[in-house]
Unconditional design. Structure first.
Lengths: 87, 272
């Protein structure tokens, strides 16, 4: 179970970690869905280009946010007990 | 050879040998797992090598408990292996699993009776055979670099990506990573297939075992093959020479070979 720290200096960091983890989860799900569509040949060249640019910008944005909050890739995760880790 | 067992003693079975081989050699003086001498129980053309054990120290419940005690396990498992190795040095042996125990001699004899043909056939098939284990480790960076620079499908996609627009390029780079991982797996399975083919004439049977993780091997490279081979003792030298040759050949792919043995045929003694 992840707990947010009560300390006011750390609460922002804890919250950012939690929010960014959820965004990262969504980003990875979107990326997987996109890969599935590429593999199924269900995208036109234009759609693929647009999707690629969106995913690329999303990844860049995530990198920026991680830098701002001083988080590393391995910080973006949630321990789900017997189920293992979220990501 | 005589054996003296107390009425209540259980029998710890090390292995089964061919009775006729006892004409040429005696069972070595082995102090058994519970400090009592090992002896032989003959049954037609078979001979079971046993040692009496205290029923309290070798009850199922006590053993299950002791299996969590690493010191006990290490000492007893080592003893089991040592005894089977001593037997194996002089006889054709069908080794038993660690802690194969019978409550009464008649239970053991009834097993020998029921499984007689199968055991005899197995022992005859194991005559002059030995087990060797081959582990192949692979340096992941070297294998990765080989796939990136040599694999045709990967090279093709890499070439195409360069000419793609930015967005498509981003997606295809992700696909390239997936392709590299799957091609690496395919390449490594192809390497093993070819290695096994090269060894084909030198072994009788092979059995793939689960690869060990780095937490067990304590190495920085990955185990990609863990295989037991049953081979004729006469072919050992040729087998080892072939392994050396293969190791040399596969070194550029980041592979190193580790051979251990000869072992008693532990992994070839069970029925298919």
């Amino acid at each position: 179970m992840e707990r947010l720290p009560i300390d006011s200096n750390q609460v922002e960091q804890g919250l950012a970690k939690l929010v960014l983890t959820i965004i990262e989860l969504l980003r990875q799900l979107m990326e997987r869905q996109a890969m599935r569509r590429v593999e199924n040949d269900s995208l036109t060249d234009e759609q693929m280009e647009e999707l690629g640019l969106t995913l690329m910008r999303l990844e860049e944005k995530m990198e920026e946010l991680k830098l701002v909050f001083g988080l590393e890739n391995e910080d973006l995760n949630i321990e789900l007990g017997p189920l293992g880790k979220l990501l | 050879m005589t054996h003296i067992t107390a009425e209540t003693d259980f029998l710890y079975l090390y292995g089964i040998i061919l009775a006729k081989e006892l004409k040429d050699a005696e069972i070595p003086a082995i102090i058994g797992i519970d400090q009592k001498r090992a002896s032989v129980i003959p049954y037609k053309e078979l001979a079971a090598v046993i040692t009496p054990v205290n029923p309290l120290n070798f009850s199922q419940q006590y053993i299950d408990q002791q299996l969590k005690n690493t010191e006990w396990l290490k000492e007893k498992a080592f003893h089991h292996h040592e005894c089977i190795s001593v037997l194996y040095s002089q006889f054709t042996v069908l080794p038993m699993s660690f802690c194969t125990i019978f409550q009464k001699e008649e239970n053991l004899k009834s097993l020998l009776h029921e499984q007689y043909d199968v055991i005899l056939q197995k022992l005859n098939a194991l005559k002059n055979m030995q087990e060797m284990n081959v582990k192949i480790y692979c340096n992941p960076e070297q294998a990765f670099s080989y796939v990136v620079n040599q694999n045709r499908a990967v090279l093709e996609l890499r070439e195409n990506i360069v000419t793609m627009p930015k967005g498509k390029q981003f997606i295809m780079k992700k696909k390239l990573n997936q392709l590299i991982a799957s091609q690496l797996e395919e390449e490594q399975s192809g390497w093993w297939h070819r290695i096994e083919q090269e060894l084909q004439l030198l072994f009788v049977e092979s059995k793939l075992r689960k690869n060990w993780g780095r937490e067990i091997t304590e190495r920085s490279d990955d185990m990609i093959v863990n295989c037991d081979f049953l081979l004729d003792k006469k072919k050992t030298e040729s087998f080892l020479n072939k392994i050396l040759e293969l190791e040399h050949e596969y070194a550029e792919l980041g592979c190193t070979f580790e051979v251990s043995g000869p072992w008693p045929p532990y992994h070839f003694s069970k029925e298919k």
